[in-house]
Design a protein around this ligand. Structure first.
Ligand code: DMJ
Length: 635
């Protein structure tokens, strides 16, 4: 723009009068404001806009009061327990967003998120370059552990009987793995009766769930050749460019968790590369008005997400969006990019702030309004691992995450007050709660809580520590009873404490066992915490029952009725059998120095993640920086 001489005004110093200068300045500032304002109307892709406008982080959290909730409370009948529990083929994924009324704001959030993602990834790479982080995370983290991950002699026990039992578990792993390799290599699970592979719909086109879930188990068991084959498959065949619809929860706990733990245990860069690539693909899931992700996400570039068709009124599931914390904190740690931690902290903040009925966390929450959708509370399916991740977040933070600690102990208090019951026969169980009415049932999934209460006992209020340990032992005992009261000595999917039942299933539909780990998981923790030999004995009973009823010619299979002495197999070797059930059994028969609990926290799929000792890491980073400086500028 050319400035012309204003008529009647002499040139030197523009020779303007004060009032004219004022008008001129006013005009100038108006012009600048106008130009800046116009930036907001440019499309998001215009670079100028990204340069001038500061990035907005996650969409704002809107927490409305209960009264403001829309009528989203019509419960869908007979919802499956959770994604995993829906038998293959029966899982209905609604292809339309279940909530449409806020579509525009959702679109805006996704747009913001995509921009944030691109910028944040660039920023992380810069950071990595600057502080030379690349390739060194596993070494650094390992330096800050108190003990070697695999112990002195890979946790080999001293007494011959335990050695024998542990060897048996290792043989079971080898058998399960070899059959998967022979008949289902590269597929998600093995179908042992029909000798073929299963792909299913849970992982959105990702393959090799059994391989990813088995990496760390093979490694800690010293099945070196098998581990190497698994690693090569990851290197050459794990294709993350899938465009399918996946369960965010399942991909996170199995793929992200499995790759993270393989990386930390082995230091192999390929696992880090893959997990960071996968982590980026999960970020668009958080582009909802509240930042609470929906259950189903598209892993392709669209990054769109849906709620499960069966979840109440487009809601998200507590056990799904509440089971991301451990993995996402590690994604930030590995990438140097805070965005992952920010996403899960946003979830945490919302849950902390929202009003809770009797201090309890219901299982369904609207990702749009941030309100509970119905008041069903459970420590089993739909709720379970949310509580587990609170205490484990605290432990994984080297006991610095005070918020997680506070939330865990107050949730536990509410659970004890409202859900924990004693049966007429003296068994302690955790009932479910439906709007104030108790359902006297406990799911197999809820049996993880023996272990959870156990590992949290020591950090509770001093006067409660023994009480928590006793409670953990009582719950574990009840879960063992659910096994020992069946014909197969394996436990049903759910057992009841009403109508005369005591830890037994009363409905036909609750009688199956799909190789789940939760009861054995609690034995393992209780063994480590108490060294009471009964836990090893109970674990051995489970091994015998698995061998007798679930081992078939070509693998292991779930069974349809734990009360029938002649079993019928479901033809599915679940990947969590290799990841969790066999790993926990192996740890149960190993010395405590194999993956010691003060250094490692197991994610909900039993993938060990190291405790992050921030101050130690910073010290090491400081030492390394000084060394680097000395190398670049020698005196
Ligand atoms: C596993 O995938 C995880 O433990 C999850 O938290 C719950 N269910 C299965 C095993 O039962």
């Amino acid at each position: 723009m050319v400035f012309r001489k204003i008529p009647g005004v002499s040139a030197p110093g523009m020779g303007l009068r004060l009032s004219q200068k004022f008008v001129f300045l006013l005009f100038l500032s108006g012009l600048v404001t106008l130009c800046f304002g116009a930036l907001f109307f440019l499309p998001d892709s215009v670079r100028l806009k990204r340069i001038f406008l500061s990035k907005s982080e996650s969409p704002p959290v809107t927490v409305r009061s209960e009264g403001e909730t829309r009528d989203l409370t019509k419960k869908s009948a007979g919802e499956p327990l959770r994604a995993l529990e829906a038998p293959a083929g029966k899982l209905r994924v609604s292809r339309r967003p279940s909530v449409t009324h806020d579509a525009r704001s959702l679109e805006r959030s996704v747009g913001t998120l995509e921009r944030t993602q691109v910028d944040a990834v660039d920023a992380a790479r810069d950071l990595e370059r600057k502080d030379g982080r690349k390739g060194s995370n596993s070494e650094m983290i390992n330096k800050c552990l108190l003990k070697p991950a695999l112990g002195v002699d890979r946790g080999k026990p001293t007494d011959p009987q335990t050695v024998q039992r542990r060897d048996k578990v290792r043989e079971m792993m080898k058998f399960a793995w070899d059959n998967y390799k022979s008949y289902a290599w590269g597929k998600n699970e093995l179908r042992p009766l029909t000798r073929n592979g299963h792909i299913g719909t849970m992982f959105g086109g990702l393959r090799g769930a059994t391989i990813i879930d088995s990496l760390d188990t093979l490694y800690i068991m010293g099945l070196t050749e098998d581990y190497k084959e698994a690693k090569e498959w990851v290197q050459n065949n794990l294709d993350l460019n899938s465009n399918g619809e996946a369960s965010l929860f399942e991909v996170n706990i199995r793929y992200v968790g499995g790759l993270l733990s393989a990386y930390y245990l082995t230091g192999e860069e390929v696992f880090k590369q893959k997990v960071l690539e996968l982590g980026e693909k999960l970020l668009p899931a958080f582009g909802t008005p509240t930042g609470i992700p929906r259950g189903v996400i598209n892993l392709g570039s669209s990054g769109t997400s849906w709620s499960w068709g069966w979840a109440s009124a487009g809601s998200s599931i507590l056990a799904e969006f509440g089971t991301l914390h451990l993995e996402f904190v590690h994604l930030s740690e590995l990438s140097g990019n805070p965005i992952y931690t920010e996403k899960v902290m946003n979830i945490r903040k919302l849950l902390d702030k929202i009003e809770k009925p009797h201090g309890l966390y219901p299982n369904f929450l609207s990702p749009v309004s941030g309100n509970w959708v119905q008041h069903h509370v459970s420590l089993g399916g739909l709720g379970d691992s949310f509580y587990e991740y609170l205490i484990k977040s605290y432990l994984m933070s080297d006991k610095t995450d005070e918020e997680a600690k506070r939330m865990y102990y107050s949730a536990l208090e509410a659970i004890e007050t409202n859900l924990v019951q004693k049966s007429p026969g003296g068994l302690t169980y955790v009932a479910e709660w439906r709007g104030g009415v108790l359902d006297h049932k406990m799911g197999h999934l809820a049996c993880f809580s023996g272990g959870m209460v156990g590992i949290g006992a020591d950090d509770g209020a001093p006067e409660k520590r023994q009480h928590y340990l006793d409670l953990a032992a009582e719950i574990t005992h009840t879960c063992h009873e659910s096994y020992s009261r069946s014909a197969t000595k394996l436990g049903p999917e759910a057992f009841r404490f009403d109508g005369g039942a005591e830890a037994t299933a009363t409905r036909l539909s609750d009688r199956y066992y799909i190789l789940r780990p939760e009861v054995i998981e609690s034995y393992m923790y209780m063994w480590r915490l108490t060294h009471d030999p009964k836990y090893r004995q109970w674990g051995w009973e489970a091994v015998e029952a698995l061998e007798k009823h679930c081992r078939v010619e070509d693998g292991f299979s779930g069974i349809r009725d734990v009360y029938a002495s002649t079993v019928s197999h479901d033809n599915m070797q679940q990947s969590f059998f290799l990841s969790e059930t066999l790993k926990y059994l192996y740890l149960l028969f190993s010395d405590d120095d194999l993956l010691p609990l003060d250094d490692w926290v197991f994610n909900t799929e039993a993938h060990p993640l190291p405790v992050i000792r921030q101050s130690c890491l910073q010290e090491h980073a400081g030492t390394r920086d000084t060394q680097q400086q000395q190398q670049t500028h020698p005196e």
